[in-house]
Design a binder for this molecule. Structure first.
Ligand code: DX5
Ligand code: ZN
Length: 224
């Protein structure tokens, strides 16, 4: 059976003066999730939004919220983000000295637990934890900003992570975040990606709904 990938438009690239309309566009599209980027000005050099805005987005969203926490000490806020409506909560490996505990904490809330790796962090750091993780988010740009150039070295990380997950018979999803669009979606899926986050490639497109449909229509070449 062919693996069915998911598309998660990153709202960071939306026009916030008409957030409701932007979210309705995603609601009416073939997108699977909303990807929400929380930045604290400490883990990354930018600040976005927190649980208050996410709670409002949750009221408008007809698809699960995939919340990417680019913050220090995420364990302090997991409960609040879950209450705000997060279906997936992803923390950064680089921000969690007690990652195993933090993963358990996320799962206790009933949310799916994700771990994000910065471009310089090798996938091998997850070897002793991979079965416990619902999603690994490979950063294909340095986190902090939308609209950056895809780092091609990520492709090799996707392949190695796919091998690790399959070897362990784990159900972990591989998500790719940063610089993803029609130009590299197919090669990422062929390498073994499951979830494509797309910010500027969707929201800056002439026809965002058609772009989402095109991203969704790519077929990985392998079967599982
Ligand atoms: C970057 C964020 C990404 C970003 C992706 O720190 O984690 O989710 O919004 O935006 P694009 O797709 O424009 O690179
Ligand atoms: Zn993100």
């Amino acid at each position: 059976m062919a693996r069915q990938h998911l598309i998660a438009p990153s709202v960071l690239a939306a026009d916030f003066t008409k957030l409701g309309a932007e979210m309705d566009m995603v609601n009416g599209s073939e997108a699977d999730w909303f990807h929400l980027d929380v930045m604290d000005g400490r883990f990354v050099p930018n600040i976005t939004f927190g649980m208050f805005i996410i709670e409002a987005m949750h009221k408008m969203a007809q698809k699960p919220l995939d919340v990417h926490l680019m913050i220090v000490e995420p364990e302090k806020y997991i409960e609040s983000f879950r209450k705000a409506g997060a279906a997936v909560i992803t923390v950064h490996y680089e921000a969690c000295p007690h990652l195993h505990r933090t993963i358990a904490q996320i799962k206790e809330t009933g949310a799916k637990a994700g771990v994000a790796l910065n471009p310089h962090t090798p996938i091998e750091v997850l070897e002793d934890l991979i079965e416990d993780v619902d999603l690994v988010c490979l950063m294909s740009v340095n986190p902090g900003f939308g609209g950056q150039k895809f780092i091609y070295r990520t492709l090799d990380k996707v392949r190695r992570l796919r091998t690790l997950i399959d070897t362990r018979n784990a159900a972990t999803l591989i998500e790719i975040d940063g610089g993803v669009g029609l130009q590299n979606a197919e090669v990422l899926l062929q390498a073994g990606a499951d979830v494509l986050v797309a910010g500027s490639s969707v929201f800056s497109a002439k026809d965002p709904v058609a772009t989402i449909a095109a991203l969704k229509a790519f077929k990985p070449v392998f079967d599982i």
